[in-house]
Design a protein around this ligand. Structure first.
Ligand code: SOE
Length: 376
């Protein structure tokens, strides 16, 4: 059961959904993502029943900042105590923890990439479906209001027949040979690192906004830093990708974690026979609309947005929203799903599986130096 409370401030209306189902979360993994999840759980009206870290000391250190009611040493005991399990550990540990939670009948939020290979992602998706639990994956850029606005305009036919999509997802936090992280190691992060970590977001956003599907890819991979912290690195720093879609678009994207000055720049531009839309994740308050006669930069103003975009606009235009707001909205929608609702656009395990299948096609294409079909 849920209540929708409408609040008005000046000319602005906000709709806040209050669900009655409890949302007692377990957070497994206490790093950066654990903190982001914890904040979003609090904003969604949930509680953090407990946390498990990579060591009991790390978990105790993180307890306050993660608002944890308790620190557990045993993940199974924490899973028992929770309604929903948030899996925020390195990628190779997603499957065992998520599957244990599903086997215990718990809802799951599992970080992306869902698994380090598509077969495991499929097993996780099938297990969640069979258990009838909510199983969500934080492809959170879907929750930028201006992304929803772009999606609504495409769906309404305002862009015309889609012909071209392109863009990039660029970061610089792995620029230097001394920059390091567990994601760099294939045995923890998966064989495709930059693509799994951030390319997956780009492809998810493309398919979400356009409602179209990538059917074939032609990819190149490059590793700029072949050694990091004294060891050999096999995972890629850069991916260039051409693709074709079922709906007849062609396009390309560039994914890099070694692009100096680019912190988290996801750019998606979609062109149709009537208009072009461009969204830049580092400027998420605007959407560029290109026309033959004139161009416009739309501001996130809830009063002029489509209903789904306005739903996610939690503060009036000009009061900047960003990444954590996306996460908050994602967890709020996950909570609504736990309460029995079907929020539009909630990314679920099937979307995580989809990303894993695209990643496998990317790897195969780069290996074969040729086009590879995604859904074969
Ligand atoms: C690191 O590259 C990272 O935190 C990703 O893991 C996230 O998914 C992305 O949102 C930001 O960058």
């Amino acid at each position: 059961m849920c209540f929708v409370i409408s609040l008005s401030y000046g000319r602005h209306m906000a709709h806040v959904t209050i669900t009655q189902a409890t949302y007692r979360a377990a957070i497994i993994g206490t790093g950066f993502m654990g903190r982001v999840h914890s904040h979003a759980i609090a904003v969604a009206g949930g509680t953090v029943a407990g946390i498990v870290g990579s060591s009991p000391e790390k978990a105790r250190e993180a307890a306050d900042s993660l608002r944890a009611e308790a620190v557990y040493e045993d993940a199974a005991a924490l899973i028992d105590a929770a309604d929903v399990v948030h899996v925020c550990v390195p990628n190779h540990l997603h499957a065992p923890i998520a599957l244990a939670a599903i086997a215990a009948g718990k809802h799951v939020v599992c970080e992306k990439p869902l698994a380090t290979d598509a077969a495991t992602a499929r097993a996780m998706t099938e297990a969640a479906d069979a258990a009838g639990v909510v199983a969500a994956v934080p492809f959170v850029y879907r929750f930028h209001p201006m992304v929803r606005e772009a999606r609504a305009r495409v769906a309404a036919g305002q862009i015309g027949r889609l012909t071209l999509a392109h863009g990039s997802y660029l970061q610089d936090w792995l620029l230097r040979p001394g920059d390091d992280n567990w994601r760099v190691d294939a045995d923890k992060g998966g064989a495709l690192r930059a693509f799994g970590d951030i390319g997956s977001h780009w492809c998810d956003l493309l398919e979400f906004v356009t409602g179209d599907r990538i059917t074939a890819v032609n990819a190149q991979l490059a590793t700029a830093n072949r050694r990091r912290s004294g060891r050999e690195v096999t995972t890629e720093d850069i991916v260039t990708l051409q693709f074709a879609t079922r709906g007849g678009m062609i396009g390309s994207t560039v994914v890099s974690q070694v692009s100096a000055g680019r912190k988290n720049r996801l750019l998606l531009e979609v062109s149709g026979t009537e208009a072009t839309l461009a969204f830049d994740q580092e400027q998420p308050e605007t959407l560029w609309v290109g026309g033959r006669e004139s161009n416009a930069v739309l501001m996130r103003d809830p009063e002029s947005l489509s209903p789904d975009a306005a739903r996610l606009a939690t503060v009036p235009g000009g009061h900047a929203q960003g990444y954590q707001d996306c996460f908050n909205a994602f967890v709020a929608d996950t909570r609504a799903a736990v309460a029995g609702e079907t929020p539009d656009g909630l990314p679920v395990f099937a979307d995580g599986l989809r990303a894993a299948r695209i990643a496998e096609a990317v790897a195969a294409s780069a290996r074969r130096r040729d086009w590879t079909e995604v859904d074969r």
